[in-house]
Design a protein around this ligand. Structure first.
Ligand code: NAD
Ligand code: MN
Length: 358
């Protein structure tokens, strides 16, 4: 039997609650399928460890997980540790060295979920956002001098390379081609940012020539927020820079009903390193320990992990189970306006998997 080794890193806050739920659902899914199993290795990396030892993960941390088939990640962020320390100490410390340059974020309105957009019920909103995940505005280039003085100065330099832009464009065009509408929107800001964003546009046009069967258009990021809100059906696959896609994907998640549902894959498409799967949401300080964190974002991330691992039938089965559960409003957690608990939603998904005879 094929056995997949998964590194489970719950991290902070509700991370441990949703990852425990995710492991339960993925185990039930593998059991139902019969042909493969998961072996989860657990890592206590996160802010608690940082406060005790000064490091979020051990020095050889990446070596400990580089042989795993995939990483299942919860959240990084604690109220008493500055967010930029946590992000760079844990999440980016995995994403960047493992060259997980394609961040993929599907958005759909699942059955039973009400979008805050009036009249939008389902088929009108079915997107995949591709976020450049290795450079751009989050390249980490910059500095701060003369701290506290009137002359204090700080820079964050965004950095775009031809290699980095070409590979994310190629990835996005290929993904668009694999979807029925074969439609890609390239998000830019080349009117104001006249160097890197102009190169971004030029490379998009070059790569487009390799994909004559994909229809594509270009959209300024500010206008894009309007188009997402007012004309969602005109969009399908979307590619944007690290910062732009970070912002647009939270908007997308909100338009699809809740941040608690949205999934992410951080992919190393060449498979030289493990890819990482995580819900989009953060540590959710306001609901820690209450047992009401929505686990659907983690389950859907599990679907993406199954697809990446080459288990498409199991991925479809888990997605069907998720959709059966969201369709039942009595199984909605409070972020969706319901009263269900994490445990009830998890059990319902496991039951739906057991009862799925397709
Ligand atoms: P957040 O996602 O933690 O919470 C925003 C709101 O959404 C809160 O009201 C929260 O209760 C709700 N929410 C989020 N996930 C939910 C779920 N699964 N079920 C029900 N409700 C849910 O975002 P924030 O408040 O901006 O950030 C809190 C911390 O998390 C910060 O330290 C931030 O840096 C970190 N963070 C980490 C990641 C990550 O690791 N990928 C992503 C976003 C934020
Ligand atoms: Mn974000």
């Amino acid at each position: 039997m094929r056995s997949y080794r998964i590194a489970a890193i719950p991290g902070d806050g509700i991370g441990s609650e949703v990852i425990a739920a995710g492991i339960e659902a993925l185990t039930a899914c593998a059991g139902r399928d019969g042909g493969f199993e998961f072996v989860f290795d657990h890592f206590d990396w996160g802010s608690e460890r940082y406060k005790k030892t000064g490091a979020f993960m051990p020095e050889d941390g990446r070596d400990q997980i580089k042989g795993h088939d995939a990483i299942l990640f919860g959240s990084a962020g604690a109220p008493d540790v500055p967010d930029h320390i946590t992000l760079w100490g844990l999440r980016l410390a995995i994403c960047q060295p493992f060259d997980q340059y394609a961040n993929v974020r599907p958005t759909r309105i699942l059955p039973g979920i009400v979008s805050p957009l009036r009249h939008v019920t389902g088929p009108e909103l079915d997107w995949v956002i591709v976020r450049e995940n290795s450079e751009g505005e989050y390249a980490g280039v910059g500095g701060r001098v003369h701290r506290g003085l009137p002359e204090e100065c700080a820079t964050d330099v965004s950095m775009f390379t031809r290699t980095g832009v070409a590979r994310i464009m190629r990835f996005a065009f290929a993904l668009a081609r694999s979807r029925p509408r074969k439609l890609l929107t390239v998000v830019t800001k080349s009117n104001a940012q006249r160097h890197a964003m102009v190169m971004w546009d030029e490379i998009a046009a070059e790569i487009a020539a390799e994909f004559p069967d994909v229809t594509w258009d270009k959209m300024l990021v500010d206008a894009m927020t309007m188009r997402m809100t007012l004309k969602p059906a005109t969009l399908d696959t979307i590619v944007a820079t690290n910062l732009h896609a970070d912002i647009l994907s939270d908007l997308a998640a909100a338009l699809a009903g809740s941040l608690g549902i949205a999934p992410t894959a951080n992919l190393n498409p060449e498979r030289k390193f493990p890819s990482m799967f995580e819900p989009i949401h953060g540590s959710a300080f306001d609901i820690i320990g209450k047992g009401i964190a929505n686990p659907i974002g983690t389950f859907w991330s599990g679907v993406m992990m199954l697809e990446h691992l080459g288990q498409p039938a199991a991925a479809r089965r888990l997605m069907r189970a998720i959709e059966r559960v969201t369709a039942d409003r009595s199984l909605h957690t409070p972020d969706l306006g319901g009263r269900a608990t994490t445990a009830q939603v998890t059990k319902a998904v496991c039951d739906a998997l057991a009862g799925d005879n397709e």
